[in-house]
Design a protein around this ligand. Sequence first.
Ligand code: NAP
Length: 251
Amino acid sequence: MSTRRTAIVTGAARGIGAAVAKRLAADGFAVAVLDLDEAACKPVVEDIRSGGGDALAVGADVSDETAVEAAVARVAQELGAPTVLVNNAGIVRDNLLFKMASDDWDAVTNVHLRGAFLMSRAVQRHMTEQRWGRIVNLSSTSALGNRGQANYSAAKAGLQGFTKTLAIELGKFGVTANAVAPGFIETDMTAAAAERMGMSFEDFKASGAAQVPLGRTGRPEDIAHTVSFFASEGAGFVSGQVLYVAGGPCD
Ligand code: NAP
């Protein structure tokens, strides 16, 4: 990379987001580690700095318009104009349709869809000004349908349409938009799912791995590697794509 670029990774205090933040820092990006709680971002920031990278902890709720505008302005001021955005922040509120509260529908679609929209809208002005940008959205294999996840699967499928539309609108500015759709990844999110189902995480992982052609569950680094590719200079002709990273075939 000839000039240092700045990346924002949302939901980066832990799980996939933390791995993505560390990987992009290792790739040479200055990284804004954004999550709900600024203090929770500090360990990831320290990790990056101790490896010689540049990082900033930023607290913001991605579904809050005012907070998003302020966070992006702060990143531009303190780290440099953000030209890579990874929309990773996410929550689940699983339930079968007949038991799903409308609050749980709103909470999930707000974080994933409204959050990705607000962040992308705030960051695109820096990307279009620089005539270079990379947006990577975290979708999921659940976009193809998953029992108990009407809210989450709709949001993750929605992100795929959002991604393709951004690719169409922003292409002429040198900005790409792609989505990564992970399968089962070992994080707090899947550990909590195991707990809800009354299973140990080890048993839950084993049952997940049994359905994966590669015979294992994924790790946050598997996703970070894919995001690194989409964010790279060399991926500048790849846009509007959804890449399933699930250890084997998906749609
Ligand atoms: P995770 O361990 O639960 O981490 C998600 C992070 O997002 C948390 O740090 C969380 O903060 C943060 N967050 C939640 N709401 C936010 C908001 N409104 N504003 C800012 N940050 C917010 O989840 P993960 O497993 O790493 O998942 C990361 C992404 O990958 C999500 O979009 C998820 O849907 C997607 N994904 C995961 C899997 C999987 O198997 N793990 C599979 C497919 C897709 P708090 O800790 O404060 O809540």
